[in-house]
Design a protein around this ligand. Structure first.
Ligand SMILES: NC(=O)c1ccc[n+]([C@@H]2O[C@H](COP(=O)([O-])OP(=O)(O)OC[C@H]3O[C@@H](n4cnc5c(N)ncnc54)[C@H](O)[C@@H]3O)[C@@H](O)[C@H]2O)c1
Length: 247
């Protein structure tokens, strides 16, 4: 990835942080973006202090104008983005469908779905305008493949991310742009702090054949593979990263 620019949203912690570090290790200039400036800057400093290349941009993916401005600034300063990881996302308090408050639904859709759309659209526009044969990975979830009681809005957003990924893969294959998704099971990050212990225990004891949570670095490795040349015939795919759960 030497000499190429890689964008990661929500790169201040968890899967996004591990991905930013991985891509920097592969030689990319990583555009670290997050709403949490302290975390985002810390990841950027970690990369540059160890000899890698990174730049930090504050970015709320739900803010359409901010996404457009951010990509304009990135293009001007660093040139076209070759690799993009649309990772930023939130969890949410569990609620059955009849109990979901419309404002909570809207916030979930704004960040976990429309946020991915905003970034995906800006990335594809930039790639088409600069004839860049780029690769994009959207971070979905096992909740993008299955219903999850209490997770209606998260599940709806993550299913939609897979639909968007498949459609983008078909629309831009001829332009040399590959678009894939990853579907992690539970991974050790901040987002699962809101998940009740009994749910995580059940997951580890009975649902996941490997009987453990995933690690952010394991998801980052798979994302790097999907972005790299070794997956050159893969597009529109949703890769399960789940310790065997879906089997
Ligand atoms: N951890 C899991 O078990 C798991 C499983 C499946 C999918 N995922 C998905 O992985 C992605 C990353 O989550 P994580 O587990 O690393 O959690 P995390 O909370 O550690 O990281 C999420 C990051 O996104 C940032 N963020 C939140 N809202 C944002 C916004 N509006 N704009 C920009 N950045 C924003 C946060 O500041 C944070 O740095 C999410 O899309 C999540 O849904 C996580």
């Amino acid at each position: 990835m030497k000499g190429k620019v890689a964008f990661v949203s929500g790169a201040g912690s968890g899967i996004g942080k591990a991905t930013a570090l991985k891509l920097a290790g592969l030689g990319a200039h990583v555009i670290v973006t997050d709403i949490n400036d302290e975390n985002g800057q810390a990841v950027t400093d970690k990369i540059t202090n160890s000899g890698g290349q990174a730049s930090y941009y504050h970015l709320d993916v739900a803010d359409r104008a901010a996404v457009e401005n951010c990509f304009a600034a990135i293009g001007q300063k660093h040139g076209p983005v070759h690799f993009s990881v649309n990772n930023a996302g939130i969890g949410g308090a569990p609620a059955a469908i009849h109990e979901i408050k419309i404002e909570n639904w809207q916030r979930m859709i704004d960040i976990n779905l429309t946020g991915v759309f905003h970034c995906l659209q800006a990335q594809i526009k930039m790639m088409l305008a600069t004839q860049t044969q780029g690769c994009i990975v959207n971070v979905s979830s096992l909740a993008g493949l299955n219903g999850v009681p209490g997770g209606g809005s998260y599940v709806a957003a993550k299913h939609a991310v897979i639909g968007l990924t498949k459609t983008a893969a078909k629309e831009y294959a001829q332009a040399g742009i590959r678009v894939n998704a990853v579907c992690p099971g539970f991974v050790e990050t901040n987002i699962i702090k809101g998940v009740p212990d009994n749910v995580l225990d059940f997951n580890n004891k009975f649902l996941v054949p490997m009987k453990r949570l995933g690690k952010p670095e394991e998801i980052a490795d798979a994302i790097a593979w999907l972005l790299g040349d070794q997956s050159s015939f893969v597009t529109g795919h949703s890769l399960h990263l789940d310790g065997g759960l879906m089997a």
